[in-house]
Design a protein around this ligand. Structure first.
Ligand code: NAP
Length: 279
């Protein structure tokens, strides 16, 4: 019997995870199946689906919106990244216990450093947005050696509160939070990451062109949308290095796969299959 894994979310039909993990399993010769489970909109749907999946012999789950917080809450053991993110995106069932991890930030760092070839050590990083994606990205970015991290959000107080909460956990890497308007004062960043959901509604965060240092990377966590409003804004500001979040998605999946199976998959095939040109 193949080992069972799944991704759970609501809605879930759009999920690329079954395709990605199917490719990984094929390439590494792992005897496993991977399905998508809709946890539904009703309260308790995630917990019920989780119980059923474990009872049917499930070995691990990827967790996507809106269940990432609930996934951390059900865990017996959680990594520090997951605890600081306040959310888990991968679960493993072993020895009767539920273990939780959050690989989103690690996936982002691997995409930037390995796939895009930009070492983060010594770079000034601007994170736009103060939601779950930013929360999960800060610690891995600091661990990669970022010189300084700034969180800028439409609602400035949310960014300030988040920065104050996370700063003590970054081994001295400076982290500050504030509003988008403060960016007009002129600090420039070598890496500018859009972790807002603005692109999904056809908008871009209001960002001055001076925020992009010469040669900066502009990275939109949204994927599969081509040239998003944020990437268009970055290009108009003279930024030539543009990327969307498809590599982050694929790399967080590879981290989960390696955690579950003990084998690190090559991500190139999945990346090639899912990449939408930025045009
Ligand atoms: P979230 O928790 O809902 O946070 C949304 C953030 O976007 C908030 O800070 C919000 O600001 C800001 N925002 C929304 N509309 C805006 C606008 N028009 N202008 C400026 N700011 C705006 O969302 P999340 O979970 O952090 O996810 C953020 C994005 O990352 C989503 O697009 C998601 O798809 C993407 N993501 C991608 C991956 C991947 O693997 N590639 C993984 C995780 C997330 P306020 O606080 O002012 O409301």
């Amino acid at each position: 019997m193949p080992d069972r894994y799944a991704v759970i979310g609501h809605p879930i039909a759009h999920s690329k995870s079954p395709l990605i993990h199917g490719l990984f399993a094929q390439a590494t010769g792992q005897d496993m199946v991977y399905q998508a489970i809709d946890g539904g909109a009703a309260p308790g749907g995630f917990e019920r689906a989780l119980t059923d999946f474990r009872a049917a012999g499930g070995r691990g789950l990827n967790v996507t919106l809106p269940f990432k917080l609930a996934a951390l809450a059900v865990a017996d053991l959680a990594s520090e990244d997951a605890r600081l993110a306040g959310a888990a995106n991968a679960l493993r069932f072993e020895d009767g216990r539920i273990e939780a991890r959050n690989f989103d930030g690690i996936g982002l760092v691997r995409d930037i450093e390995v796939n895009l070839g930009l070492p983060l050590a010594g770079r000034r990083v601007l994170l736009l947005g103060a939601g779950g994606a930013t929360r999960g990205a800060v610690r891995p970015l600091a661990r990669a050696g970022a010189a300084r991290i700034v969180i800028a959000n439409r609602t400035a107080d949310k960014a300030r509160t988040l920065a104050a909460e996370l700063a003590p956990h970054l081994d001295g890497v400076p982290l500050v939070g504030g509003g988008l308007a403060a960016l007009a004062t002129g600090e420039a960043f070598e890496v500018v990451i859009n972790a807002t959901s603005a692109s999904l509604s056809g908008a871009a965060p209001e960002l001055p062109a001076c925020a992009f240092a010469p040669g900066a990377l502009a990275y939109d966590m949204v994927y599969g949308q081509g040239l998003t409003p944020f990437l268009r804004l970055a290009r108009a500001a003279g930024c030539a290095r543009l990327a969307d979040g498809v590599g982050m998605l694929v790399e967080q999946a590879a981290e989960a796969f390696a955690w579950w199976r003990g084998v690190r998959p090559d991500t190139r095939e999945a990346l090639a299959r899912l990449t939408v040109p930025l045009a």
